[in-house]
Design a protein around this ligand. Structure first.
Ligand SMILES: [Zn+2]
Length: 296
């Protein structure tokens, strides 16, 4: 099935849930960045989380950026979502190879590290960005996201994320859920939810048997009466363009641009989030330089 996001609320109004299936967009990320399995899993988990957090933003053009800097060998991970849940992301060391854990699973925690922070940047298209941060305790990402909501936003939350990589390294299943208590929720509800999620088991197993996010939510929250508010398609989406790259070149300043023309005879820019490569000829760079001179 194609990637999808759902949003739901419990009938008693005390709990909201997002769930996503993200196999397609995670596979796209793998192909763009040529990630090996542990990087595929780490980046895939972060993309799924970003999608659910981004889709919670109401303002058109709003976005959320999740940055994970854990001090591990993967380096920094970045995922950005628009307000519809469409995502893009990148990782410093996509080709990292680590031995599997003793239980045969990918060692995402060791790859990410737990000596750093998860930073959440919300751009609501207002004057200032909203930035929150929490120290990483696990580096497994789902638990760190839940901790972020508890510590930074005082919202009791539970998060489950999973990426299953096939033997040929392609993505077999990916997705997750984010469960959040709403104001007035009785205290025991959070414990009941935790117990339900625990007994439902790992997200990768749930997704392997059925990737549908509604089914994922209903199986993860067995016994809870949930009402679906929204179902929408999501995808890997980058908003880069030749114009944007032109602006990046201009922002280098005339000296840098001059040096680029003299030393390289042109420029080739690759987007950090996707496989968009734009070439600028000597003549085009000269024209940019002339424009800059005219406007200064
Ligand atoms: Zn791009």
């Amino acid at each position: 099935m194609s990637d999808q996001l759902i949003r739901a609320i419990s009938r008693d109004g005390y709990m909201k849930v997002s769930a996503v299936s993200t196999r397609g967009l995670t596979e796209r990320a793998r192909q763009i960045h040529r990630t090996l399995p542990v990087a595929t899993a780490a980046l895939g988990r972060l993309l799924a989380a970003a999608s659910m957090m981004g889709s919670a933003l109401k303002e058109d053009g709003a976005s959320v950026t999740l940055q994970v800097k854990g001090g591990g060998p993967l380096g920094t991970l970045l995922a950005v979502s628009d307000n519809l849940g469409n995502v893009r992301g990148t990782v410093d060391n996509p080709a990292l190879d680590l031995p599997l854990r003793e239980d045969g699973k990918l060692d995402v925690g060791a790859a990410v590290g737990n000596q750093g922070a998860l930073t959440v940047i919300r751009d609501l298209r207002m004057k200032e960005l909203y930035i929150g941060s929490v120290g990483l305790l696990w580096g497994e990402i789902a638990e760190d996201i839940a901790l972020y909501f508890v510590e930074s936003e005082q919202v009791p939350s539970a998060c489950g994320l999973g990426v299953l990589v096939d033997r040929d390294q392609s993505v077999l299943a990916a997705g997750g859920y984010l469960v959040q208590m709403l104001p007035g929720a009785p205290e025991e509800l959070a414990e009941q939810v935790e117990a339900a999620l625990r007994s439902a088991g790992a997200v990768t197993e749930l997704l392997r048997t059925d990737p549908d996010p509604e089914s994922l939510m209903r199986r993860a929250l067995k016994g809870f009466d949930m009402e679906i508010l929204e179902k929408s398609p999501i995808e890997y989406r980058c908003d880069c363009s030749r114009e944007r790259m032109e602006r990046a070149l201009i922002s280098l300043g005339p000296q840098e641009l001059r040096a680029m023309i003299d030393e390289q005879g042109g420029a080739e820019l690759t987007c950090r989030f996707c496989d968009n490569v734009q070439r600028f000829t000597r003549e085009e760079l000269e024209a940019l330089l002339a424009d800059m001179g005219a406007s200064s």
